[in-house]
Ligand binder design. Structure first.
Ligand code: ADP
Ligand code: ADP
Length: 227
């Protein structure tokens, strides 16, 4: 469903962030990109939704080179979750999520109902929906970020260090929740982390990156432990 073919990215300042990445992300799987800081994980992720364009090779989504697609159209089918949730601080939690169906043309009442269902899906209550992001814990904010990313019902979800900013206990909760959700939703997820344990816990498939490209790919990830 997502394929990197000999992909490279050299930034205008001359930094080579990715050099010759070949990778397949099968539909309906959670694939993890793991590796040390600076090895090109975020850059690779952003080449899927055209926040970054490759300077070598191509990225295919459903067999189509993303370079031929309008970024706006492409992103409608791709949810994006980042480390600190990226919520609008001056809107309630419910409105943060309802914004997405509103932008897609849903009536206000329909959008709010959908937002309420999504918050419930990620384990938040109606009372929490009426609060502002700053009034929730970091872990709860991440749940809102996931709900918002799911609001357009995208087949693909990109997650960049989604749980790195929360403490280890909450992180374990969120990881469990993600696996439960994925059991229901079967999205194609690409998740970036520097945490090898997280990669093994979450991934159907794990690609270990090093500066420059893929070092090795493991499916099932347990094979990684045998190294
Ligand atoms: P990771 O997510 O694995 O930490 P990144 O993709 O963020 O790696 O970065 C890979 C390399 O590219 C790093 O050396 C980083 O400093 C560099 N880089 C990232 N974004 C830019 C940019 N916009 N311009 C120049 N260099 C960048
Ligand atoms: P994150 O890893 O959470 O994406 P960073 O602090 O690495 O955050 O990057 C923040 C922003 O700065 C990103 O847009 C990234 O592309 C850009 N960036 C990262 N490294 C560099 C760099 N060496 N030169 C220029 N921009 C960079």
């Amino acid at each position: 469903m997502i394929r990197f073919e000999a992909v490279g990215k050299r930034y205008p300042d001359g930094t080579t962030a990715v050099d010759h990445l070949d990778l397949d992300v099968p539909a309906g799987t959670l694939t993890v990109l793991v590796g040390p800081s600076g090895c090109g994980k975020t850059t690779s992720l952003r080449m899927i939704n055209r926040m970054v364009d490759p300077t070598e090779g191509r990225v295919l989504v459903d067999g189509v080179d993303v370079a031929t697609r309008r970024a706006h159209d492409l992103r409608r089918g791709i949810g994006y979750v980042i480390q600190n949730a990226g919520l609008f601080p001056h809107r309630t939690v419910l409105d943060n999520v309802a914004t997405v169906p509103r932008l897609l043309g849903a009536r206000r009442s329909v959008a709010r109902k959908r937002a309420g269902e999504l918050l419930e899906l990620v384990g938040l209550t109606a009372g929490q929906g009426d609060r502002y992001p700053a009034q929730l814990s970091g872990g709860q904010q991440q749940r809102v970020g996931v709900a918002r990313a799911l609001a357009a019902d995208p087949p693909i979800l990109l997650m960049d260090e989604p749980f790195s900013a929360v403490d280890p206990v909450v992180r374990a909760d969120l990881q469990r929740e993600l696996l439960r959700l994925q059991g229901e939703l079967r999205k194609t997820i690409v998740l970036v982390t520097h945490d090898i344990e997280e990669a093994i816990t979450l991934g159907d498939k794990v690609a270990v990156l090093r500066p420059g490209g893929v070092l090795a790919q493991y499916a099932p990830p347990a094979e990684l432990l045998a190294r």
